[in-house]
Design a protein around this ligand. Structure first.
Ligand SMILES: NC(=O)c1ccc[n+]([C@@H]2O[C@H](COP(=O)([O-])OP(=O)(O)OC[C@H]3O[C@@H](n4cnc5c(N)ncnc54)[C@H](OP(=O)(O)O)[C@@H]3O)[C@@H](O)[C@H]2O)c1
Length: 298
């Protein structure tokens, strides 16, 4: 039987293992305001009511829209709330995701995060690598992390993380600065990132999978529901397939921190409740054989 620890350390902080990914609170395509701003506000209010104390956001969500909603609804922020953002990308006027990894761009995005979240310091900032695709970044990772360490020395951020990082990226980064968390695409139906996860285990680094439900971009939750092994474990526990996918992640590494994304209070409540599902050894053995489900490249 897998035991579920409800909290885990994230650098020098402790957070509940089920957090909240705020990306779904922006408009369609993560661009512009939400279709129903009051519904988005209700989700954020429920996040803190449920005791969630780890929120993942980014200046590029909207852009600015999601950060501004978070500040509007949640200030004054609860003392134990950890807010994480990402730098390295921007949106052009059409909404396309473009790279913004030069030192002055990293600084500008961080300053914009501080302004829109109305914070003096951001708890955790991920260096998001490879935004927009298009091959290797002309700015060396060492220079990108150099800018983040300067911002940390200036007191503008607390912890540094890496996102969409390879094993080599993480090894390079660890020679430069402590890395509190890695945020990469990973889930029960997309396990290609196991080598990075193993390196995180080795170093005790928190691992924060994005697309923990397979992503809105590719209808991830429906693919989970259609997967027969997941569906049978879900039926046995009388829970949903999405909850099984989250419980499986929790059982996979004690410093796995979840940030499922939702624009729905009902889904939020369901996702938080997944923290009390204890998968047994038979479940875990069966779930080992789940086939690869389609995952977005993003
Ligand atoms: N570092 C990066 O590059 C990166 C990239 C992508 C995402 N992220 C972060 O990771 C977070 C999670 O990723 P994500 O939001 O893209 O994908 P996700 O969590 O895998 O899936 C979100 C999708 O699942 C649905 N959903 C949520 N809970 C559900 C439930 N209990 N039952 C059925 N459907 C459910 C949501 O729809 P409803 O709104 O209808 O609930 C939405 O369509 C984001 O919010 C963001 O903070 C980071």
């Amino acid at each position: 039987m897998a035991t579920i620890e409800q909290t885990a350390s994230l650098g020098d902080k402790t957070v509940r293992r089920i957090g909240f990914g705020a990306m779904q609170l922006a408009g369609p395509g993560v661009f512009g305001p939400p279709k129903d701003p009051d519904a988005a506000r209700a989700v954020l209010r429920r996040v803190v009511e449920l005791g969630v104390n780890h929120i993942d956001t980014a200046q590029v969500y909207g852009p600015d829209v999601v950060n501004e909603l978070i500040a509007e609804v949640l200030r004054p922020y609860p003392d134990d709330l950890v807010i994480a953002t990402k730098v390295g990308g921007a949106r052009d006027e059409t909404g396309a995701w473009v790279r913004a990894s030069r030192p002055e761009q990293l600084r500008a995005t961080s300053e914009q995060d501080l302004r829109t979240l109305r914070l003096e310091r951001i708890d955790l900032v991920y260096m998001r690598l490879g935004v927009g695709g298009g091959g290797p970044d002309p700015v060396p990772l060492a220079d990108q992390l150099g800018t983040l360490t300067e911002l940390r020395d200036e007191g503008k951020l607390g912890l540094i993380g890496l996102s969409t990082a390879s094993v080599d990226d993480l090894k390079t980064a660890l020679d430069i600065t402590p890395i509190a968390a890695v945020q990469n695409a990973y889930g029960i139906g997309n396990r290609e990132d196991e080598p990075v996860l193993d390196l995180c285990r080795e170093h005790g680094i928190a691992y924060v999978p994005y697309y923990p439900l397979g992503s809105a971009f590719t209808g991830g939750p429906q693919a989970l529901a259609d997967e027969p092994v997941i569906a049978s474990v879900a039926a046995k526990h009388n829970v949903s397939s999405s909850q099984v996918a989250l419980a499986w992640l929790l059982a996979h590494y004690e410093r796995m921190l979840l940030i499922p994304g939702t624009s729905s209070v009902a889904h939020l409540e369901e996702n938080v409740a997944a923290g009390s599902i204890a998968l047994d050894d038979d479940d875990l053995a069966a779930l080992k054989n789940v086939r690869h489900l389609s995952a977005p490249t993003f």
